[in-house]
Design a protein around this ligand. Sequence first.
Ligand code: CO
Ligand code: CO
Ligand code: CO
Length: 328
Amino acid sequence: MEPAALSQILSSFSGMFSQVDHPNLIVGLEVSDDAAVYRINSDTAVVLTVDFFTPVVDDPYSYGAVAAANAMSDIYAMGGTVTLALNICGFPPELPRDVIAEILKGGADKVKEAGGVLAGGHTVDDKEPKYGLAVMGIAHPDRIMTKAGAQPGDSLILTKPLGSGIITTAAKAGLAEKKDIEAAVANMACLSDKAAGILISFGITGCTDITGFGLLGHASEMAQKSGVHIRLRASELSFLPGAGEYAEQWLFPGGTGKNKKAFEAGISMTAELEEEMVHLLYTPETSGGLLAAVPSEKKDGVLKEFERLGLFCRAIGTIEEGSGIDLV
Ligand code: CO
Ligand code: CO
Ligand code: CO
């Protein structure tokens, strides 16, 4: 659902949505989480989300794959598995057929990799290409992960390195190196299915994914919705190759400044960070990692399981009592 100027607007009008207190709606608009969750019966809930955007990279197949992985990321952030997806397409009439076919193939291959079924979709004419998915996932109603599930004493883990947003912005300006773009595409197209599977198997309850609000924005949301303070360790943060250089060249997308304005009041900086590194932590990410709160007694087991499966995972902070974020 997010990134969510819109979902914030919708939330403020949630009174208009007469069904927000429906008994089967476990997670709905009033808490603006990563996806809506609807209980079907005592052991099945449907997880529903939609996400689409304009091209983030030049290569049409990669664009399709990244857009699909990004849309499915919200299902994984809630603890669901992907079942059914529909294409959402806006294409200029003059866009060559083979380019459209490549975008759709990138998305279809990703849904297949996720174990889901791509069962149709809808296309409209649009000046600028847009592509994404509506996705239905399935979860156990008692094992939903939300932004509100973090507890004081938990460790905070992040399952992908940061920096996709600044690299795609540098690429659009023609200033990114090919190898950096390739690493960013691989990072964005990487599904969070296995990461979510580990978190679910350990009974983790607090999770979200890093997208349009950047690390600091999404961490702020988790702190606010869980009613906790988050202490982030700057030295533990990992970045994609090139991200730091493009930050030094100040190639930030427009969303960086908006996120900083929206969230900086709740964030204190103890760490001595260069101004561009602070900006990098506010920079929107595409299909970023899962940010999860892991109880201290489960932390070693969770990290070991990520290592065993060869998956990226870093402990980047701790959850404490209080409010807001401290970057140390
Ligand atoms: Co989303
Ligand atoms: Co999300
Ligand atoms: Co239709």
